[in-house]
Design a protein around this ligand. Structure first.
Ligand code: SR1
Ligand code: MG
Length: 421
């Protein structure tokens, strides 16, 4: 039910630490998980993202996370209203991810549409991956889990797997989410490439930025990728798969926060994840002692290689075992005694090119547009920050303009090493 333009429904009220126990203590699913007297629950607001309220609630039996949308963009304030309905889509996405890539997204315990709130699994002792990458901590299986997550959600949310009516119905459902894709359309694809109002960048980057924005081919290519992003409803994407949307321990990886989910290009999530690994790579000289730098950067590159290879391997596996939709049907290939591997490999190459182009665009927007990332932003020495950001911007430019030159993971990793040097 939508009451006004912000999608604010009648009775919506933002949660507060002091009122959360009273408001959710009567909800059976929540009360059972947390346990004890709701008046005694320990409630902490921990939201450090750009948009929402996030609480960790602990009682006698356990802990849950409560995430509630605000009717505006938290990082900007009430001057930028944002519909509460985005919480519905995050809920729908979490439910679908649980089916399509089991065990990776947090389990949902309770959803209240009018209050735009989701109560979900408390991931512990997981921390935001970006913090671990800045600290120089390794995560076993990182590339594997992220690569497989991207492949499974891409494949199983598409008409390679879903029936045509089911897929169309879901695309119809998600098409109600207009405000969130609009953020990505401008902040990610367009704003980096001109002096948009909310942009900011490290002052020492002025010349590099002018050169980048003077590259008409780059801008045309970024807009071509935007056209694919807006027009391709290939699969349900996470939509914001950066290292702040991944939580990890030293050997467990979980993907959170799919509020930017929409039906979009199959390669988008993979490209965004790789971009964020590359930004972690380029920012390392500011975070590591020289003696630890080389080994840690080498590990990040291994993660990228693993992520790309796992995506392809898992996609191939699903192609051969779960291809039950209208696309590339067995009737055309296997049933005619013809192999379909060539078709699969051709598609994978197209996806790799798209992923690398999206990757380059994400590398640009995190340095030039509104929402920067801590990997670079926490570097206080702005001259050093600009030097490292320049490497990142230039590699991003090469990827957007010429992605097919880096289809092989080793070529991509060599490019990163070259820009680092
Ligand atoms: C106004 S929202 C800015 C950014 O935060 C989210 O995490 C997305 O990355 C979005 O682009
Ligand atoms: Mg987020």
């Amino acid at each position: 039910m939508q009451g006004d333009q912000s999608g604010k429904s009648d009775g919506y009220e933002a949660l507060e630490v002091a009122t959360l126990g009273a408001r959710l203590g009567g909800v059976g699913d929540v009360a059972r998980r947390v346990g004890g007297d709701p008046a005694q629950w320990d409630v902490r607001e921990v939201g450090d993202g750009n948009l929402n309220l996030v609480f960790i609630v602990t009682g006698e039996t356990g802990s849950v996370v409560v995430k509630q949308a605000l009717p505006y963009v938290r990082m900007v304030g009430e001057s930028w209203p944002l519909p509460l309905y985005r919480a519905h889509f995050e809920y729908y996405a979490l439910v679908r991810q649980a089916k399509r890539a089991p065990g990776v997204a947090p389990e949902v315990y309770y959803f209240d549409k009018a209050q735009a709130l989701i109560v979900m699994e408390y991931l512990h002792p997981h921390v935001i991956l970006r913090r671990k990458l800045i600290k120089g901590e390794r995560v076993e299986g990182l590339g594997k889990v992220v690569g497989e997550f991207c492949a499974r959600t891409a494949f199983r949310g598409s008409e390679l797997s879903l029936s045509s009516p089911e897929k169309k119905a879901d695309v119809g459902l998600f098409s109600g989410n207009v405000a969130i894709p609009a953020i990505t359309e401008s902040l990610v694809f367009t704003d980096p490439y001109y002096g948009a109002e909310m942009n900011h960048h490290t002052p020492e980057l002025a010349e590099t930025v002018a050169a980048l924005r003077g590259n008409a081919l780059l801008k045309a290519k970024a807009q071509r990728m935007l056209l694919k992003f807006t027009a391709n409803t290939e699969t349900m994407i996470h939509g914001d798969l950066h290292s702040g949307s991944i939580m990890a321990t030293d050997d467990s990886v979980r993907v959170i926060d799919p509020e930017f989910s929409q039906y979009g290009p199959m390669a988008f999530d993979l490209g965004m994840a790789v971009a964020n690994f590359l930004m972690a790579y380029f920012s390392q000289p500011a975070h590591r002692a020289p003696e630890a730098l080389e080994a840690y950067q080498a590990w990040i590159l291994e993660v990228i290689g693993e992520c790309l290879n796992r995506f392809d391997d898992e996609f191939r596996r699903l192609w051969h075992t779960e291809r039950s939709g209208i696309l590339y049907p067995r009737a055309l290939f296997e049933d005619q005694n013809q192999e379909s591997d060539t078709a699969c490999e051709t598609l994978l190459l197209e996806l790799r090119d798209d992923a690398l182009a999206y990757c380059g665009i994400e590398m640009h927007r995190r340095v030039l547009s509104l929402a920067h990332n801590a990997d670079f932003e926490e570097i206080e020495d702005t001259a050093l920050r600009a030097k490292l950001e320049t490497r990142n911007l230039k590699m991003g430019e090469e990827l957007v303009v010429n992605p097919s030159a880096y289809r092989k993971a080793h070529a991509l990793l060599a490019l990163a090493r070259a820009y680092h040097r």
